[in-house]
Design a protein around this ligand. Structure first.
Ligand SMILES: Cc1ncc(COP(=O)(O)OP(=O)(O)O)c(N)n1
Ligand SMILES: Cc1ncsc1CCOP(=O)(O)O
Ligand SMILES: [Mg+2]
Length: 211
């Protein structure tokens, strides 16, 4: 079995909100979330650096697992817990710099071929998506659905995994039933009529992650 070649994350990362502001990071840490991601799209490093610094400081203060999406140089520079990268990022990223700095790495995948590519990198976790239709991000592929997700979980055996895409409160139990270690959500929290209630319910189902 392939083992991660980046620093380990817990097998079960639990509830994993993906949010676009430091304000959301602060709110979610305050209600007990311990795995989360800052995902700010399409800015320069200079434009996002202050937000990345603030998010990382909050992550350290709460001893949380804060991943930075895309801005890996800033994540390394300011010592984030980890970085999340897409497939297209892998070829243009200094993966050794991330590993040597001791940061964890998560990699997106959408099918078996992309899982092959991810496994070659041996990241800390592998993200599998999108499971259901999503309004949050324009996806070039079709949703993979629960059966395919379950197949990937079986293939990946005890590799840490994260499911993402269209995971609502109602759908979360069936996703967790595949054995995936974590559910990453955007709109289930940020578009919820009562985000605190939604977060509490998702935490109850998925947990905050193993220590
Ligand atoms: C946990 C998690 N899984 C997948 C993604 C998507 O990442 P990526 O493919 O890099 O696409 P963008 O988020 O950058 O649009 C993610 N961010 N987090
Ligand atoms: C960033 C990302 N990558 C794959 S699906 C997705 C968005 C998930 O958002 P939501 O939980 O609102 O469907
Ligand atoms: Mg990305």
């Amino acid at each position: 079995m392939i083992q991660p070649d980046f620093p380990a994350v817990p097998q079960r990362l639990g509830l994993y909100p993906v949010v676009d502001s430091v304000e959301w990071i602060a709110r979610l840490l305050d209600v007990g979330v311990r795995t989360l991601q800052l995902r700010i799209k399409d800015n320069t490093d200079v434009e996002v650096e202050a937000n990345v610094i603030a998010a990382i400081a909050l992550g350290h203060r709460y001893r949380a697992r804060l991943f930075i999406n895309d801005y890996w140089r800033l994540a390394v520079k300011h010592r984030a817990y980890g970085v999340h990268l897409g497939q297209e990022d892998l070829a243009v990223t200094d993966l050794d710099a991330i590993r040597d700095a001791g940061l964890r790495l998560g990699v997106s995948t959408h099918d078996d071929m992309e899982i092959d590519v991810a496994l070659a990198v041996k990241p800390s976790y592998i993200a599998l998506g999108h499971v259901f239709p999503t309004q949050t991000k324009k996806m070039p592929s079709a949703p993979q659905g629960l059966a395919q997700l379950a197949g990937h979980i079986t293939r990946l055996n005890d590799y840490p995994t994260v499911a993402i895409g269209g995971i609502s409160l109602e759908r979360a139990p069936s996703v967790l039933a595949t054995g995936v270690g974590s559910i990453a959500v955007v709109s289930a929290i940020t578009q919820a009529p009562d985000w605190q209630l939604a977060t509490a319910q998702l935490l109850e189902m998925a947990g905050a992650g193993d220590e």
